[in-house]
Write a protein that binds this ligand. Structure first.
Ligand SMILES: [Ca+2]
Ligand SMILES: [Ca+2]
Ligand SMILES: [Ca+2]
Ligand SMILES: [Ca+2]
Length: 544
């Protein structure tokens, strides 16, 4: 009986202790930490300063990029540009083609006559061996030249397209000798066959160079020999070709033209020279009868057009960052349990495939966050999170150190860009969860005290009261009362023999003879079993 009460008492005691500890925990335990937004003006509302500021990197070309804060977001702009410039156009020395002058082509003699007229660069030449034997008029040459200025310093631009159109006219006398030349009267070559090698020819050409004319590159030409300008032989089916009207030169490929322009601009990024050249070759191909005559009535550069298209050169290692210096995570007995960075970004156009390495970079406290690659080629035209749920930046944020964030556009490619491309960001958040790690002993102390009180109570009650049988406890209580002189209730006791009788009766069981009857074996069977056992013992012990 006493044991049962002890058990019950212990259970009640333990429940009481548990309840006390739980209530103490509820009242005194710290509230679970809530993540705190750590940046100012995360939504990038205008004006974004002074919390947010931007700065350029130290490499690359800062003219290739900038930042504009507008529409409650921030736009990084990659400053592409495309322009087409008509450098010269039309008739030399007209209003759209200025500055043409005549120059000697090194030591060659000039033609007999020349000038820059309203209809173009005009040349006249007549080789006449009859009145002035000699060779001095055989190889005249002339250069018409002007300098061209590009609209911009081309050091930061790439020429992506160029076109050249030069138109000339020519008119010669029948005495200009071509490979179709034949004397119909004598049915012999008009020229002395043994003196004819390549015939007479005028070569129109265009050269590009620096303004010092140091390294000219020929980008177009036309040899009149190629069309047999001069006397022909209609009887043999070769028409006389004495005029060329509004003919264009033959040009180099566009790539070679661009290469020549680039070379011409190499020393001076803005200025180059263009030359319209004319070499006249009067082959001395007729002997006797006063010698050879070659009359070039006129050779004219009528017009010259040069158009160049260029795009902005974007230089690798160019970068710009949007920054915020946040507050320190400071305090004692705290720990950064979690830090999460997130922002949205988008692009307004397709990122050029020629710049696959360029990206958005994140720095926290000047340490590159290298766990997430954000290539600009992955940006969409609508806002997307840098990562769904944000980036775990816990390891990049230290206690008692400012939380400095940089979101950088880093251009890792050299490429040309024909227009401005915007990369926008918005909703830049850093959430930091701080946990208080100071020791809170109050609930523990209260719990332990409650436990001690409870156990002391339980064991005290046991040793003082419940270890005795009920009758003894009753007598002890009676003794106490007598000692203290309190009024006693009337006590009734049973006679001793009555108690014994009751005790015997409580322990007496009535035998169920009917049930036992079946279990009792007949005496004969029992005797036989005893006999068999005795016999077995004898055999085992005596070996019989
Ligand atoms: Ca915003
Ligand atoms: Ca001739
Ligand atoms: Ca000749
Ligand atoms: Ca550049």
């Amino acid at each position: 009986m006493a044991k049962k009460k002890i058990v019950i008492g212990s259970i009640i005691g333990m429940l009481a202790i548990g309840s006390l500890v739980y209530v103490s925990y509820l009242l005194l335990a710290p509230v679970p930490p809530i993540p705190q937004s750590w940046l100012e003006n995360s939504t990038l509302d205008s004006p974004i300063g002074p919390n947010w500021f931007w700065e350029y990197g130290t490499e690359g070309d800062n003219s290739d990029i900038d930042i504009v804060a507008s529409q409650d977001r921030v736009d990084y702009r990659i400053l592409g540009e495309k322009a087409t410039a008509r450098l010269i156009y039309g008739v030399p020395n007209s209003s759209t083609s200025l500055g043409w002058e005549v120059f000697n082509n090194s030591n060659f003699m000039l033609p007999d006559n020349y000038s820059i007229r309203s209809y173009g660069c005009w040349v006249y030449h007549f080789l006449d061996e009859s009145d002035e034997p000699g060779q001095v008029h055989n190889f005249p040459s002339i250069h018409f030249r002007t300098n061209i200025s590009m609209p911009v310093d081309m050091s930061d631009y790439i020429i992506t397209d160029a076109s050249l159109e030069v138109v000339f006219n020519a008119s010669v006398d029948i005495n200009v000798d071509s490979y179709n030349d034949w004397d119909n009267t004598s049915n012999t070559p008009y020229i002395d066959a043994d003196k004819f090698l390549i015939g007479d020819s005028a070569n129109f050409y265009v050269q590009l160079s620096d303004t010092n004319y140091s390294y000219p590159f020929r980008v177009a030409n036309f040899e009149t020999r190629d069309v047999a300008l001069g006397q022909g032989d209609p009887g043999r089916g070769f028409e006389e070709i004495l005029n060329i009207t509004d003919q264009e030169l033959n040009y180099v490929d566009k790539e070679d033209l661009i290469a020549a322009l680039n070379s011409a601009l190499e020393t001076d990024n803005k200025n180059l020279a263009i030359t319209l050249g004319l070499d006249i070759y009067c082959e001395d191909n007729r002997a006797g009868s006063g010698g050879d005559q070659d009359l070039w009535n006129y050779l004219i550069f009528k017009s010259c057009n040069l158009t160049v298209t260029y795009e902005k050169k974007i230089d690798y290692f160019t970068s710009i960052s949007l920054n915020q210096g946040g507050e320190e995570v400071s305090g004692t007995n705290i720990r950064i349990a979690d830090a999460n960075l997130n922002f949205k970004y988008k692009i307004n156009d397709t990122w050029p495939t020629s710049a696959p390495l360029s990206e958005i970079r994140i720095y926290l406290n000047n340490i590159f966050y290298d766990r997430q690659t954000i290539k600009l080629s992955s940006a969409n035209t609508s806002f997307q999170e840098v990562r769904v749920g944000g980036l775990d930046v816990t390891d990049f944020i230290d206690l008692n150190t400012e939380v400095n964030l940089s979101i950088q556009i880093f251009l890792a490619d050299n490429f040309n860009l024909e227009k401005v491309i915007e990369i926008s960001i918005d909703d830049v958040y850093i959430y930091i969860t701080i946990v208080d790690i100071s020791s809170n002993w109050i609930p523990v102390i209260i719990g332990l005290l409650a436990a001690m009180i409870g156990l002391t109570t339980v064991f005290g009650l046991y040793f003082k009261i419940f270890q005795y049988p009920p009758m003894v406890r009753k007598i002890r209580r009676l003794k106490k009362k007598i000692k203290k002189g309190r009024k006693l209730k009337e006590l009734t006791f049973s006679e001793r023999n009555v108690i014994i009788e009751n005790n015997i009766q409580s322990k007496t069981q009535i035998l169920n003879l009917e049930a036992l009857k079946n279990e009792i074996k007949p005496l004969d069977a029992k005797e036989e079993e005893i006999h068999n056992i005795n016999q077995k013992i004898k055999e085992d012990n005596l070996g019989i």
